[in-house]
Write a protein that binds this ligand. Sequence first.
Ligand code: PEP
Length: 252
Amino acid sequence: MRKKIVAGNWKMNLDYNEGISLFSEIVNMVKDERKGDQLAIICSPFVHLNSLAKLGGNDVKIGAQNISDKESGAYTGETSAKMVKSVGAEYVILGHSERRQYFAESDELLAAKTKTALANGLTPIFCIGETLDERNNGSYYEVLKKQLVEGIFGLTEEDFKKIVIAYEPVWAIGTGLTASPEQAQDIHAFIRSEIEANYGFNVADDTTILYGGSCNPGNAASLFSQKDIDGGLIGGASLKSRDFTDIIKALN
Ligand code: PEP
């Protein structure tokens, strides 16, 4: 059975006290709104993780926004999957377009990070998405397929079954532009068919595929009502407790 998930991506926002205060509000609100089988996740900067994991309990799970591809050693400034796991985080966003674009993270590096995450018991939320140029010139199916093949289709079936995928058109992230429910459904169905071609129907049917890109309380319900959209990865709206909770309420 596919999990329904709403995951927040705080990006590089909120100092420690602001993070604790927003998260406490979110936990209190989500407690009343979340239905039993739905999952709420907040992916925070590293400095918040330990405290948030203690506050979140079963109501809101915690994730990081990055990890090193290395296990440990002389890599100044890096944070390992094992460290993230040891403070109570269970998820990690990998392949976000901001990391691909601003930090030149390649498909090869992301494949290595995905394996490291899984080896340390973290669930990757693996993002793929096309730019506006790629959408306009019609190459987007190819682009998305390459990100899938080089990033995660090398995983064993056992490992692949543990991951969550997020489709995030780059042109919709933080821009206020949203893919229409039909555009998003078209891509989610494409992703599911590619999974089926590699891992078979049952794995494809069970994989959670989130939509991300200017998702908000006004458009969440129409996106989440599409048959291949299993929830959302939420940037800006996850910084407001009411908006984030209203998006969770829109899960069907
Ligand atoms: C994101 O960065 O993952 C995202 C979806 O951002 P926003 O909701 O702000 O477009």
